[in-house]
Design a protein around this ligand. Structure first.
Ligand SMILES: Nc1ncnc2c1ncn2[C@@H]1O[C@H](COP(=O)(O)OP(=O)(O)OP(=O)(O)O)[C@@H](O)[C@H]1O
Ligand SMILES: [Mg+2]
Length: 278
């Protein structure tokens, strides 16, 4: 089952469309979830009068269902209205899901903010893949981008990316960004940069080769970039339908919820981003 969170915002609408398309591709049922958050309003439940928040939530859910019916009439769709803070509700819902989809923004926040607190929380906590969908229309590019490094953490992301590329009949661009993190003046560093680069290339190539063998139908483009991973991935996202990253990569502390690369691309990517936990 795929789960999508809705709060009535335009961006959440984009998330519903994305989720409906993915449910169609993956042949999975779709559950639309709305969390009824009373805390900001300090509203108590008066049994004698209809609850405005619940009525509004029901309306938001009806609208989302109508959108799914319109776009993907064959997708099986259910709804849930759950009381609680949206971040917690969605994290809990994700326990039963194959994937959870949220918008990059919602109704709150402020103009110019790139990522809402609910999407950040879900991307950091859900155990299943999390897809964060930005608002706005984009053309179809026929390309899925995946970030790869030499860590085992990127393997589930690779598998997810190959699966998405195969389902979409899209090309898979595997971006490996690599830069030596030394100050520019330390040019007489005691290691051979080219040799290090070649070793990196080999390790990443071997990781890709294993996945390629399982998906011979997917065309793969390998992209070595001499840039920071965030810069390279954000640039590639400009021509992509989906950007896939692991939640952590080489160098990230096990204790942090999201590595700096996943966090960076979530904020700046031009296309939907899938964060896949190891
Ligand atoms: N009450 C909710 N119920 C279900 N899903 C929600 C709810 N609120 C937000 N979401 C999901 O999370 C996405 C991002 O919204 P989020 O709340 O993080 O951003 P925001 O409202 O702009 O900022 P913030 O709430 O942090 O001030 C939404 O597009 C939606 O998919
Ligand atoms: Mg919000």
């Amino acid at each position: 089952m795929i789960i999508v969170g809705v709060d009535g915002s335009v961006t959440a609408r984009a998330a519903v469309e994305w989720a409906a398309n993915d449910a169609f591709r993956m042949r999975l049922p779709l559950r639309i979830v709305h969390a009824v958050d009373r805390t900001p309003y300090q509203i108590s439940k008066y049994p004698e009068r209809p609850d405005a928040l619940l009525l509004e939530g029901a309306r938001v859910l009806r609208e989302a269902v109508a959108l799914v019916h319109e776009r993907r009439p064959t997708v099986e769709v259910t709804t849930r209205q759950v009381e609680g803070t949206p971040a917690t509700v969605l994290q809990e819902q994700a326990e039963e899901a194959a994937e959870i989809v949220v918008g990059s923004r919602g109704l709150g926040g402020f103009a110019g903010m790139l990522l809402g607190s609910v999407s950040i929380h879900v991307a950091g906590h859900a155990r299943c893949p999390v897809v964060v969908v930005p608002g706005g229309r984009r053309p179809v590019y026929g390309e899925v981008v995946v970030g790869v490094d030499d860590s085992p953490e990127c393997e589930p992301a690779l598998a997810y990316a190959f699966e998405q590329a195969a389902l979409r009949g899209a090309t898979l661009r595997a971006v490996h960004a690599w830069q030596l993190m030394v100050p520019a003046f330390a040019m007489d560093a005691p290691y051979d940069v080219e040799e290090l680069r070649a070793t990196q290339h080999e390790v990443v190539g071997a990781k890709l080769a294993a996945a390629r063998a399982r998906y011979p139908q997917v065309t793969v483009v390998e992209n070595d970039a001499s840039a920071t991973p965030v810069d390279a991935l954000v640039e590639a996202s400009g021509q992509a339908d989906l950007l896939v990253v692991g939640s952590h990569g080489r160098g990230a502390l096990g204790s942090v919820l999201l590595g700096s690369v996943s966090r960076g691309v979530l904020h700046h990517a031009h296309c939907p981003v899938a964060v896949v936990r190891a």
